[in-house]
Ligand binder design. Structure first.
Ligand code: NAX
Ligand code: ADP
Length: 343
């Protein structure tokens, strides 16, 4: 199929090529015909490739779902083009290694940053444990927990302490009816914060220091849409939400979208990560990165990449639990250090 096609195949072309596409493996050159190259959307009939070979740089359709899913494996071939900044980017391992905070030789726990978690409820005490597990992967200097699961949290994570000063908050995982209060209390401190899960429904005005971390169902509820509408155009809706709420919006999914000053997409990860509590771990991890002083945009995109890489490492091709993902985070950072940091 040729250059310059618009999204959606005509009925006659679709009738001729889709049966072939369904019968034999397909390699696409640049993009499978019919996809929305600059939107990542699939608005009409299109081909699905097993492998897409593209040149110079990734286009939006290679990164943003649902188009990216129709590209199959994407192989980028550098042909030496001089390219302008891309509107959507995906962090690579080297970018993340550069951004991940590391302790200075003269560090003490408070200079590394303290992250506070206000999560869990009588219905979901486990979400508090999982958010704390993500926050307690060792990237910040200390983790505080405030909420109804304090005894359980301290039993499982003896390092974690109670209320006090923090450089960032995580609110919402498993918060249930307590989430509105958790959000209001966290906002009193005027520090950056991650707003996840049950706290998202209480966000109304602009929150310039926040990272919102909805899945498609939660973002749909925030925007008054159906979940399927968000899933059909994640890039568009994450960007609209970032503008509306005046902050970074991380829309979780197969390829997570981080909309902020610019847009990043996370391609690290595995479908085994679609497991209960994985999002709770992510919110804690991003909170710990915020506490170290990373900007909300970098904390969200680095956290999402580390989370995906931890899932891939823990999985090794097999099933994982959210607890296993949290446990693998330090090893991912260690691998970055070994491969990319000068001692
Ligand atoms: N171990 C834990 O304590 C966990 C707590 N979690 C917390 O649980 C709360 C709710 O999170 P959700 O993402 O589930 O919230 P959502 O409100 O997005 O999802 C609930 C929706 O899923 C539907 N649903 C329930 N069971 C279903 C099934 N078997 N098949 C199809 N649809 C089904 C419900 O009807 C409802 O519409 C959050 O506070 C979250 O943080 C989750 O993160 C999972 C782990
Ligand atoms: N098909 C998939 N492939 C890769 N990652 C996925 C896929 N589906 C979900 N994820 C990731 O799994 C996590 C699920 O989080 P979430 O939906 O909040 O679950 P929970 O509320 O149970 O914690 C997110 O980080 C999301 O990006």
């Amino acid at each position: 199929m040729g250059i310059g096609g618009r999204p959606g195949l005509s009925a006659a072309v679709a009738e001729a090529v889709i049966p072939i596409n369904q019968a034999i493996p397909l390699v696409a050159v640049d993009v499978p015909s019919g996809l929305g190259v600059d939107t990542g959307e699939c608005t009409g009939m299109h081909l699905r490739a097993d492998l897409t070979v593209t040149f110079g740089t990734h286009k939006i359709a290679h990164l943003a779902d649902p188009a990216a899913a129709a590209c199959g494996a994407v192989e980028l071939v550098d042909i030496g083009l001089d390219l302008p900044d891309a509107p959507v980017e995906a962090l690579g391992e080297e970018d993340v290694a550069r951004l991940v905070p590391r302790p200075r030789p003269d560090a003490q726990k408070y200079t590394r940053g303290v992250v506070g978690v206000r999560a869990g409820s009588t219905t979901y005490p486990g979400a508090a444990l999982l958010a704390v597990a993500g926050a307690n992967a060792g990237l910040a200097g200390m983790v505080r927990y405030v909420g109804s699961a304090a005894d359980t949290v301290k039993q499982h994570h003896p390092e974690v302490v109670g209320a006090g000063r923090v450089q960032a908050w995580v609110v919402g995982p498993g918060g249930g009816d307590e989430a509105a209060r958790h959000l209001a209390e966290a906002l009193e401190d005027d520090v950056p914060l991650v707003v996840d899960a049950d706290a998202l429904q209480h966000v109304s005005g602009p929150l310039p220091q926040a990272v919102l971390t909805p899945h498609a169902g939660e973002l749909a509820a925030m925007l008054g849409l159906e979940r399927a509408e968000v899933e059909a155009a994640p890039l568009r809706h994450a960007t609209a939400a970032a503008e509306r709420f005046g902050c970074v919006v991380l829309l979780k999914g197969r390829h997570t979208v981080i909309a902020g000053p610019r847009v990043r997409v996370t391609t690290a990860g595995t479908a085994w990560l679609a497991t209960a509590g994985a999002g709770d771990v992510l919110s804690g991890l991003i909170g710990s990165l915020l506490a170290t002083g990373l900007s909300p945009y970098d904390a969200a995109s680095v956290g999402s990449w580390l989370h995906g890489a931890a899932a891939t490492l823990a999985s090794g091709g097999g099933p994982i639990t959210a607890t296993g993902v949290a446990r693998a985070i330090p090893a991912v950072v260690r691998n970055l250090a070994v491969r990319h940091w000068e001692t």
